[in-house]
Design a protein around this ligand. Structure first.
Ligand SMILES: [Zn+2]
Length: 318
């Protein structure tokens, strides 16, 4: 019953994570076997070939002092083989880490094939790199995976918590790191980003804000209001997206990225209740049309046909 199909659903494939090729040894370790990269001796190489940089973590893994993520993923999958519950989300996390390389190493060419744990990053780095879970949940999942639905996010959370508790049990990370990352996971797995974007779109399609505008104009004894039907006025707009600063029972207050301007978007109570303080929505402006503030898509042909792009969870920093 689980669920190789989800990979297809997200239209995302492990091969998408291959970084720009770094021409070097063809073979990169398979299924959790730690492969040892070589620090190249510049003198022995042609001058044109770049010297490979390795971060401290990769050097310690190469020296055998630390267990690699590839090995750790292998341990989890081995203990999980009857259910195969965790392979998929470990694979997505691996794609994120293999793409980003925030550690200071040069990119290494990834091993061919799609075995979870076999990427160049995972076979050369330790569990210390699991702090990347923040960027994975805060950026990669909503942005690169198109905001999976809540059920998938619960599976994601379960896999990441399993990974962290395994790492604590084996002494790869300490409990403090686990606690901090579990907070981030908890926010993401209980945040219905997909539901928020669907609800905003549905309200726009159903004419919710148009109806509010009609109520307003009929109250003001409705003289010649037909002329201005298509006039919109920018209320709040930011290329970086809008962030919800307050959640009320009848709507959300948004602020721009630099947080010096605010606007209130009226919503029905059941949609307002889906909001979380600190969540942000990309490619959406707020405009006033016929006296009512409403969402306005900032890409595509029709600003009402697609009122927003991605919905990002709040970042639980303290
Ligand atoms: Zn590194």
């Amino acid at each position: 019953m689980p669920s190789l199909s989800v990979k297809r659903k997200f239209n995302f494939h492990a091969s998408d994570c291959t970084p720009p090729p770094f021409t070097d040894e063809g073979e990169g370790g398979g299924g959790g076997v730690s492969h040892t990269p070589v620090i190249e001796d510049a003198a022995a190489e042609p001058a044109s070939k770049p010297t490979r940089k390795m971060c401290a973590d990769a050097q310690r893994c190469a020296a055998g002092e630390l267990t690699t993520l590839g090995t750790i993923f292998g341990e989890i999958l081995e203990s999980d083989k009857d259910f195969n519950r965790n392979d998929e989300w470990l694979g997505f996390l691996e794609c994120h880490m293999q793409r980003e390389w925030e550690c200071g190493c040069d990119f290494f060419e990834t091993a061919s094939g799609n075995i979870t744990g076999s990427s160049a990053f995972c076979t050369t780095h330790s569990a210390e790199q699991l702090t990347e879970i923040r960027a994975f949940l805060g950026y990669f999942v909503p942005r690169k995976m198109g905001t999976p639905d809540l059920r998938d996010m619960k599976r994601c959370g379960a896999t990441l918590r399993k990974l962290l508790s395994h790492c604590v049990a084996k002494g790869y990370i300490d409990k403090k790191m686990q606690r901090e990352l579990n907070k981030v996971i908890k926010v993401s797995e209980s945040f219905d980003a997909d539901g928020v974007s669907e609800a905003l779109q549905r309200l726009s399609d159903e004419g919710y804000w148009d109806d509010l505008a009609k109520e307003n104009t009929s109250e003001e004894d409705g003289e010649d209001d037909d002329d201005d039907d298509d006039d919109v006025e920018d209320v709040l707009c930011d290329e970086c997206g809008l962030t919800v600063s307050e959640v009320h029972s009848n709507g959300w207050t948004f602020e721009s990225e630099d947080s010096d301007s605010h606007a209130f978007l009226q919503l029905p109570p059941e949609v307002a209740a889906m909001g979380k303080c600190g969540m942000s929505i990309s490619c959406m402006a707020l405009v006033e049309k016929n006296g009512v503030v409403r969402p306005y898509g900032m890409y595509g042909h029709d600003p009402y046909e697609q009122v927003c792009a991605n919905v990002y969870p709040p970042s639980p920093y303290e």
